[in-house]
Design a protein around this ligand. Sequence first.
Ligand SMILES: [Zn+2]
Length: 109
Amino acid sequence: MKFPFWFRKLWQRHGPKRKLIIVDGDTPPETLSTRHLYVCRDEGENWSAAMSCPCGCGDKLELMLLKEVKPNWTLKTDDQSPPSLHPSVWRKSGCEAHFWLRDGHIQWC
Ligand SMILES: [Zn+2]
């Protein structure tokens, strides 16, 4: 299910920020809350980020943070502040959601 554009715009401005959750190890939890961005950290290194798709389709998105893997994303946070991801997330399958995560906010493209 996709939310209408006006709703997503409104949600973008007023919706809750995603909070960063650090997961010990390289596997994200089975069930992901829509309010969080999960980062798998093993031995001080960020492996991947996981989140439930913000469009509401319920799919689990996994983004690699390791530089050696392509494609990979850069996570910006100091562990306390809301997370940002670079570049944008663009699903080539399923709901084809395309968005940025900036300061914990979902910004639709
Ligand atoms: Zn989706």
